[in-house]
Design a protein around this ligand. Sequence first.
Ligand code: PMP
Length: 311
Amino acid sequence: MNISIENRFIWLNGELVHLPDAKINVLSPTSQFGANVFEGIRCYWNAEKQQLYAFRLDDHYRRLQESMKLFRLKSRYTIDDFRQALLDVVRANDYREDIAVRQTVFLDGFGTWSSKEPVGMFVAPVPKRRIQYGADTGLTCGISSWQRISDRNLSPRAKVGANYINSRMAQLEAIEHGYQSAIFLNEQGKIAEGPGSCLFMIRDGRLITPPLTASILDSITRKTLIELAKAEMQLEVMERDIDRTELYLADEVFLCGSAVEVSPVRSVDGYVIGNGLAGDITNKLHDIYLQVVAGELSAYMDWLYPIYQNS
Ligand code: PMP
């Protein structure tokens, strides 16, 4: 489906508007300081069922509400309002393909970095294909010289726009150094996460990931993969601190998130991970994940919200 950018709808403050007509104040706190909280939500098209499934919508909205609370933002929107806005705008565009939806609650109007209102919201869906990795592809990553933000300064637990300046610094440094992506250490010098993703490693058949107190986002994909690894692959899963050098010696490493799905890492700081190919466990988990999000595994339909109710 090819809807030109100009003809795409976004939802802005209660109205469906074409993308070029969506205007916000250049002097608003969101524009000046990244004063917004947001979610990146994926919806996957199932051609056989002619259905578009939104993945773990209410979990995204609960996290959005938590980000709003931490950021001292109040709005009249309930979880039902959040969901309805997404349904309205996706249906208005009649998307019948995989999409990514940016749903953002932001500080609007003339304001400063300490303003608390007016609070606006937009929901902007765009087409986004699932990522396909071949066996010999995967990311080259470098440990960033930038430390992940921490709960003592700008909490990574809140998904605030301004947090992504920290991500930007790491990602651009990694590219400058010839890597494809970055991995952050936290205040304690332990592995935290990627610039927009969480991290898992596999050693001796065990799946290991940093705990929620390691300066990471409470990732919905991370939660999903932990559950799938236990239930579908009978893997032992450990949430514990990871040392930098443990990553170098890992059998497999991958990043995960709504946007990157399951992305194998083939080297860290030039140390080849395993045999340098996407690992077997990573590939299997990736497969299961894509089946779940597209509504191909009946046991996990509770995580999916069918956008087109009548089809
Ligand atoms: N960490 C960061 C910093 C992120 O931006 C993201 C993407 N939202 C994630 C982790 C993964 O979170 P999720 O699985 O909920 O998309």
